[in-house]
Write a new protein. Structure first.
Length: 473
């Protein structure tokens, strides 16, 4: 592998522009992804009127579609250059433009469609959105492997990517609840908070345009410096078979992927449940913002020290240690009594703080870990398969999103959720949805811990050897 730096005048050294630009990439992806993952399920089940069982089927079908979509686009990114100067940037720009269209399409007001029409629109718009998002996310994720070879610079990119992801999360959890919820009286005369589904269309339009502009910024600030000198890549089916074999014979990649699936499916994809805890248990969606700021405080603080900790102890040790804290916090949260008042809300937030602390190390370092796994694959096979390997990893993350949303939908059905606008929920629903949320989080934390502890095999010793090899290249 070579750093393609022909002269100091050709490509500037790695610096703050790369960090900022890379952070903007996840920010752009996040404005679209966070909106869809947080509000699409609520929009279709609470406003449009799709049942939880139908929604679960829609999500699972769409993720099977992604099985083809991700691998195909990953192979195209590796083998088809649509720009002269960059392997990845033109794909990011193309995806960013189409993402605007399909992000808006998801939140179209199809409430008056027939039931099958509603389901078809949800499935079709989400599949089209998935294509556009993949065209952005796969090349963006692959960039991590070609911006720099330096291990600490890779960690800094991963940290800045997490910072970039934080702003969309803040918008979703602090600003949007004040816009998209309204307090009304239901048929029983009780004051309840309902989703104002009609507000999500203009919100989607604004956030999609912002995402497109931010992603354009990424293409202008980030530089690709690392050139993988390898044998000619195969194309089509041969390339897919080759990259799939490389993926599943890479133990570190398999371990990191299992941890990601658990984290995404049973942690990141369940934010709708958190909203429903405040909607139906605490009955105060205005406090979602306070809860999110408090619960994510450990992750924000952790970002400051992550580089020093991983440099001293290694990424795996830091991640496994924090994940153990999260797993124990999740199990404890299931049994801690929480009341639907201010005191109970404080206890709820403290429980989420423990869970988020457990997830912090992995969330911050995951992209550096995946870059390491891709590097291991390159050194083992001699093939430049960044796009394809990242696409397979991305597929499993997207599959995890579908599994998470399906689990949420089926779990809500099991505790008696009634779909539709202004619907009356069972008396115990608020307490049950809180318990469901903590159970799902605890399982996700425990599985992720076990995967990183016993399967992922790039420890501190391997990282030091890895750094020496890079210096000798």
């Amino acid at each position: 592998m070579n750093n393609s730096q022909n002269s100091a005048n050709d490509i500037r050294p790695f610096g703050w522009r790369d960090k900022l630009g890379y952070a903007m990439g996840d920010m752009g992806c996040g404005f679209s992804f966070q909106l869809v993952s947080t509000f699409m399920q609520l929009f279709y089940m609470q406003y449009i009127g799709v049942s939880e069982e139908a929604y679960a089927v829609i999500i699972l079908i769409s993720k099977l579609f992604d099985a083809v979509n991700d691998v195909v686009i990953g192979n195209l990114v590796d083998t088809k250059r649509i720009g002269k100067k960059s392997k990845y940037m033109p794909w990011i720009l193309l995806g960013a433009v189409t993402l605007v269209i399909f992000n808006v399409m998801i939140f179209a007001p199809v409430k008056d469609f027939g039931y099958l029409g509603k389901c078809a629109w949800c499935l079709g718009s989400y599949c089209l959105w998935s294509i556009a998002y993949t065209m952005v996310n796969v090349p963006y994720g692959s960039l991590h492997s070609v911006i720099t070879n330096n291990p600490q610079e890779k960690v800094s990119l991963s940290t800045f990517r997490s910072i970039g992801a934080a702003l969309p999360a803040i918008v979703m959890m602090i600003i949007l609840p004040r816009i998209v919820y309204n307090t009304v009286q239901n048929s029983n005369g009780e004051e309840v908070q309902i989703l104002k589904g009609e507000t999500l269309l203009p919100v989607a339009l604004v956030l999609s345009v912002v995402a497109m502009v931010v992603l354009w910024g990424t293409t202008k600030l980030v530089k690709e410096r690392v050139n993988h000198s390898s044998s000619a890549n195969a194309v089509g089916i041969k390339a897919m078979i080759s990259s799939t074999k490389s993926f599943f014979t890479n133990r570190a990649m398999v371990g990191a992927t299992i941890a990601s699936v658990a984290s995404v499916a049973l942690f990141n994809s369940t934010m709708a449940l958190n909203n429903m805890v405040f909607q139906y248990f605490f009955r105060d969606t205005d406090k979602i913002s306070i809860a999110m700021v408090g619960s994510y405080a450990p992750m924000i603080i952790f970002m400051i020290f992550m580089g020093k900790l991983t440099n001293k102890f290694g990424k795996k040790s830091v991640i496994v240690s924090t994940m153990l804290v999260g797993a124990l916090s999740g199990v404890a949260a299931i049994f801690i009594p929480i009341t639907p008042d201010f005191t109970g809300m404080i206890i709820y937030i403290v429980c989420l703080m423990g869970l988020n602390l457990g997830n912090a190390g992995f969330q911050i370092s995951v992209w550096a870990i995946i870059a390491d796994c891709i590097e291991v694959s390159y050194r083992k096979t001699g093939k430049s398969e960044e796009g394809s390997l990242y696409a397979i990893y991305s597929f499993f993350r997207k599959l995890a999103q579908g599994i998470g949303q399906a689990v949420v939908a089926l779990g809500l059905g099991a505790i008696g959720f009634v779909e539709g606008e202004n619907a009356v929920q069972p008396e115990s629903f608020g307490s049950d949805v809180k318990s469901l949320y903590f159970i799902v989080l605890a399982i996700g934390s425990l599985v992720a811990f076990l995967a990183m502890k016993f399967i992922y095999n790039i420890g501190r010793k391997e990282e030091l050897e890895f750094a020496k090899q890079i210096e000798n290249d």
